[in-house]
Design a protein around this ligand. Structure first.
Ligand code: SF4
Length: 423
């Protein structure tokens, strides 16, 4: 029943544990899948809560802390995310206590920072350490941590902070909280990254020995321009040129994750910059569900055309340099998603096989229900579903000889299927 005092509060099913297999049961069931991968999936799916003892371990001079701490922590600095013993990153947001299932708890046990569930220890965890440039500001006074974001493996740039799909009511992707929150940037100086800030921050970053592995540029879609998405394309070209000034080589480890560009636009992106890899996420591997979940994307670029643009990207960037992702789990969202996990898995893997047969790499993010999104009150699939999907994607990439180095655990670490390479 809905909470009348807070209509957006996510209702938690008190019996959810009885309805699905536990982490311990799944690790036993899938012995060939690393327990670190299974932990990564389950924590991203269920979220985490930090105890006071865990938060006492946060050292702001060392650790990366969320820019805006969630109210439940009463303004205390909250770690940006977590690392496991094998170096696997677990991305957890500050809202991750608001999930349809009980979140994991990060606590201190026998002097160590531990992931726990129902008072049982699951794994040791570590907070992310921030790069040195996070303490600095650009000559314009912009904190460098706001120009380039960091993960242990790589850096990211939000080229555009506002997604045009949100301009038309009902056109934003239904799982997305970024687009809804980004409306405040519309028409402001902060709508796009400042190129001077970007250049200066990258210069500082590369001074840190051994830290730079790669940078990804992404952001909201920009429909405008001399043809659709030309302004978005120009935004990425300008940002890549600014970053490229820091490197002596023509190409440098970089990736753009953008809206799907046409062949002509992709050729411009590749020929005019030092980019090495390209991603454009289909988000859902089923045409009708894609149209329902991502109406803005579908109105601009139909499903089949998105796929054709991915195939063109493989011809331009090369096999192993292009991939596509899904927000895994939204394909089962009610009322228009698949009715069973078996059906969803079958279709996901069939479509994954079609894409891979054209040389497109595969990756999936684990859907975390975002409180501010249209899908704020939906439930994510079981852990069993995610493990079958992640193994299926990995096996398909192996079958079609698609190397995973572009988003490997050394360069990204975000996608459980790619992390199989660690074993
Ligand atoms: S394209 Fe979709 S997922 Fe990406 S920012 Fe826009 S609404 Fe969000």
């Amino acid at each position: 029943m809905a909470d009348k005092t807070n209509p957006r509060k996510i209702e938690r099913d008190p019996n959810w544990r009885k309805k699905e297999e536990s982490f311990a049961e799944i690790t036993k069931k899938y012995e060939t899948v690393s327990p670190f991968i299974i932990a990564q999936i389950d924590v991203q799916r269920r979220g985490v809560f930090y105890t006071d003892a865990a938060l006492d371990r946060v050292d702001p001079s060392i650790h990366q802390i969320s820019k805006s701490a969630f109210a439940v922590y009463e303004g205390r600095g909250v770690p940006t995310s977590l690392l496991l013993r094998d170096g696997t990153s677990i991305i957890v947001s500050e809202t991750s206590t608001q999930t349809p299932r009980d979140p994991y708890t990060v606590d201190v046990v026998d002097g160590k920072l531990m992931l726990t569930d129902e008072d049982r220890v699951v794994e040791e965890v570590f907070f992310w350490e921030k790069p040195k440039f996070f303490e600095k500001t650009t000559s314009r006074g912009t904190p460098m941590c706001e120009v380039l974001d960091a993960r242990p493996q790589r850096f990211s740039v939000a080229m555009s902070n506002y997604c045009h799909f949100w301009t038309k009511p009902g056109h934003g992707c239904k799982y997305c909280g970024i687009g809804a929150g980004g409306v405040k940037f519309k028409g402001t100086d902060e709508e796009r990254v400042h190129l001077g800030d970007l250049r200066e921050t990258m210069r500082e970053l590369v001074k840190e020995k051994g830290r730079f592995v790669g940078v990804i540029l992404t952001g909201g879609s920009i429909i405008s321009g001399s043809e659709p998405f030309e302004d978005e394309l120009n935004g990425y070209i300008d940002a890549l040129k600014a970053l490229g000034e820091v490197f002596e080589t023509r190409r440098f480890p970089s990736q753009v994750n953008s809206t799907a560009f046409t062949r002509r636009q992709l050729e411009r992106l590749y020929n005019e910059t030092g980019i090495t890899c390209y991603t454009t996420d289909l988000e859902v591997f089923h045409e009708a569900i894609y149209e329902w979940v991502c109406p803005g994307k579908a109105a601009s670029i139909p499903y089949g055309e998105w796929k054709r643009r991915l195939y063109a990207a493989v011809e331009i960037f090369g096999k192993g340099q292009v991939n596509t992702g899904i927000v895994s789990g939204v394909e089962l969202a009610e009322p228009n998603g698949f009715k069973s996990e078996d059906e969803a898995l079958r279709v996901d893997l069939e479509e994954a096989e079609d894409l891979a047969s054209h040389g497109v790499g595969l990756k999936h993010d684990v859907w975390h229900v975002v409180p501010g999104s249209i899908f704020w009150n939906r439930t994510t699939p079981s852990l069993d579903y995610y493990v079958r999907l992640t193994k299926g994607f990995y096996d398909i990439m192996q079958k079609y000889g698609i190397p995973s180095h572009m988003d490997s655990y050394r360069k990204c670490g975000m996608h459980p299927n790619v992390n199989h390479d660690r074993i």
